[in-house]
Design a protein around this ligand. Structure first.
Ligand code: SRM
Ligand code: SF4
Length: 567
């Protein structure tokens, strides 16, 4: 800043964090006041650090605002023990909207909780030895790791490393435990609370959210390059020697604001397993100290990387950690997404990959996934693994139980073979309406119908059963990672979407904007000519996204985010 420039004003979030670094706000007092159905604005910001969002049912707005809460778990690597799953299932029946939502970061969300049930839900989650601390807020979020059960020891080691990093980056405030487990307001007269400053985050935490993921090539099932911090497992002579580290990925953008854009992370070097915690803390503190605290739309680590450059970042990090990163090693990603059906674990037991449409575990008409899962969990105690593509895996199943489990699922309308459709299995949608306050258009409720129409179109142009990765979000924030899809739909207004084309199977490339503000009836007519051309012109085995990149974008140009990862 030169002498004449005045410092830019910090955001309101910065001043409330500075004033109450324990993040306690007046949450406990409001919780105890049965006469009110919601929290004040500042407390809604603190609640996020506790894993809670205040929402309202947007379908009911015409008749008045009905406040409801969404609670998100912190489940590193998406591993849910059977006992905890049973508790989650009970809690969603008694207190929520009778569904459990698998998120695109391997967690569970409970929707539709009214204020006086918030306490019991939070207590129930903690009693099940799970928690929601730092599932949201300006902190490191749920750490992702490959969900498929260990085919060898490497996957277990990577999962352990993901857990260690998750633990190392947790905030240390005692407010969470005090409010939700002990049920009391934090005693602010106690000097340790009065003077509390988080040892890692400081008083004002991060300028914005921070996301971490681990991947084991060739699978990129965690969509690694969309994370602020990523670790790519390097396996040499069948041993996990360490990780290539990536920094500066992120997808959120705003319509009409060119200064915001999706960005693919950079690979910045190699670290050993022993160095993981230190480098993770180091990267987080660079975000803490250099992220933009004057504009929350410009506050992600990706903008620090884009504006200051990779070399600057590496130098800053190395100064903080006191050692040099090694040169990045060879790696290659082939595929994102999940495998479905029965498979064998290294220990001889079985696991079952189940497709869950848009991650919503529910009973609806003849499809009763929620009831079936509960029976299986009670009787066979499988471990539940949540995947970053919003599906689930039942793990650690004895081979002898396979037939009966298959028939219990079948009796509940849940197939094990040929689950969903080819397009459905490769799709994702964010929740959007009616719970998300930021949704501009439908997503989860709308995508299945649109997919049927696209399937019909594909059949008509000679592409029946062609896998194309389709993702939809109700606004440009990118929660279902639409900017990595071969076809991405991004909500612009009710019934209107942007269409992005050209992501790839390994999820190492951003797609580009093809058409803006397309009305629902025109989506199919916009897609028809490109799919017809793809069908005619594609090379043998060439995927739709790769054809777009090779052909369409050479002709059309196309706008988009920053970067393409090496793979
Ligand atoms: Fe997200 C905000 C849902 C993954 C980028 N996201 C929201 C909120 C909380 C809306 C709000 O702030 O009021 C949504 C709650 C809707 C609801 O009713 O449940 C919401 N995000 C989700 C989930 C549930 C979508 C899903 O389909 O599963 C995912 C929860 C993951 C988890 O368990 O932690 C979810 N959100 C993502 C991802 C994907 C990822 O992390 O891999 C992104 C893009 C990656 C990134 O962060 O850049 C993402 N969500 C955002 C943003 C844009 C952030 C930005 O940098 O601009 C917002 C808006 C915000 O934070 O203000 C947002
Ligand atoms: Fe809400 Fe937008 Fe995220 Fe969808 S992408 S859940 S509409 S914030």
């Amino acid at each position: 800043m030169n002498k004449t420039e005045s410092p830019r004003k910090l955001t309101h979030n910065e001043s409330i964090k500075e004033a109450i670094p324990t993040l306690a706000g007046s949450i406990a007092a409001t919780l105890a006041d049965a006469a009110v159905d919601r929290f004040c604005e500042d407390d809604t910001q603190f609640l996020k650090f506790h894993g809670i969002y205040q929402q309202d049912d947007r379908d009911k707005r015409k008749v008045g605002k009905e406040y409801i809460f969404m609670v998100r778990g912190r489940i590193p690597g998406g591993v849910v023990p059977p006992q905890a799953y049973a508790v989650f299932d009970d809690l969603s029946n008694r207190n929520g909207n009778n569904t459990l939502r698998i998120t695109s970061r391997q967690s569970f969300q409970f929707h539709g909780i009214v204020k006086n049930r918030l306490g019991p839900v939070m207590k129930g989650i903690n009693d099940a030895l799970m928690d929601t601390l730092a599932a949201c807020g300006d902190v490191n979020r749920n750490v992702m790791a490959p969900p498929a059960p260990a085919m060898n020891g490497i996957a277990l080691e990577v999962r352990d490393d993901a857990r260690s990093v998750s633990a190392a980056l947790l905030p240390k405030t005692r407010a969470y435990h005090s409010i939700w487990v002990e049920g009391v307001q934090l005693d602010l007269e106690d000097p340790t609370n009065k003077e509390f400053v988080d040892p890692l985050y400081g008083k004002t935490y991060l300028p914005r959210k921070f996301k971490t993921a681990f991947a084991i090539p060739p699978s990129n099932d965690v969509d690694l390059f969309t994370n602020d911090l990523g670790f790519i497992a390097i396996v040499e002579n069948a041993l996990l020697t360490g990780y290539n580290m990536t920094v500066g990925g992120g997808l959120g953008r705003s319509h009409g604001n060119e200064a915001t854009y999706p960005r693919i992370a950079d690979v910045i070097g190699f670290v050993t397993r022993e160095q993981l915690t230190e480098v993770s803390r180091g990267v987080l503190t660079v975000h803490r100290d250099f992220g933009d605290r004057t504009d929350r739309k410009h506050a992600r680590l990706k903008y620090v990387l884009e504006e200051r450059g990779v070399d600057w970042f590496r130098g800053e990090l190395e100064t903080r950690i006191g050692f040099k990163l090694g040169p990045a090693r060879q790696f290659g990603f082939k595929r994102q997404g999940d495998e479905f059906g029965w498979a064998t674990q290294a220990d001889g037991r079985l696991y079952l990959g189940l497709f869950v449409e848009s991650g919503r575990i529910k009973d609806q008409n003849g499809y009763r996934l929620k009831s079936a899962l509960r029976i299986l969990v009670d009787r066979y105690q499988p471990e539940i693994r949540l995947t970053p593509s919003q599906n689930l895996i039942l793990a650690n199943i004895e081979a002898g139980d396979r037939t009966v489990i298959t028939s219990i699922l079948s009796e509940h309308g849940v197939p094990v073979e040929n689950q969903g459709t080819v397009l459905g299995r490769a799709s994702m949608a964010c929740p959007a309406m009616p719970t998300c306050g930021l949704a501009l258009a439908e997503s989860e409720r709308y995508l299945p119908g649109l997919l049927s129409r696209i399937e019909e179109l594909l059949g008509g142009v000679g592409l029946k059963d062609e896998e194309i990765i389709v993702r939809m979000t109700g606004c440009p924030n990118g929660c279902a990672r639409p900017y990595m899809a071969e076809i991405g739909f991004v909500g612009k207004a009710p019934g209107r979407y942007q269409i992005y084309l050209g992501g790839n199977e390994g999820s190492t490339r951003l797609n580009r904007l093809y058409r803006d503000n397309v009305k629902d009836p025109e989506i199919i007519s916009e897609l028809r000519p490109v799919l017809e051309r793809y069908s005619r012109e594609r090379l043998s085995g060439e995927r739709f996204g790769d054809w777009c990149e090779r052909t369409l974008w050479k002709e059309e140009g196309g706008g988009g985010g920053k970067g393409k990862a090496e793979s």
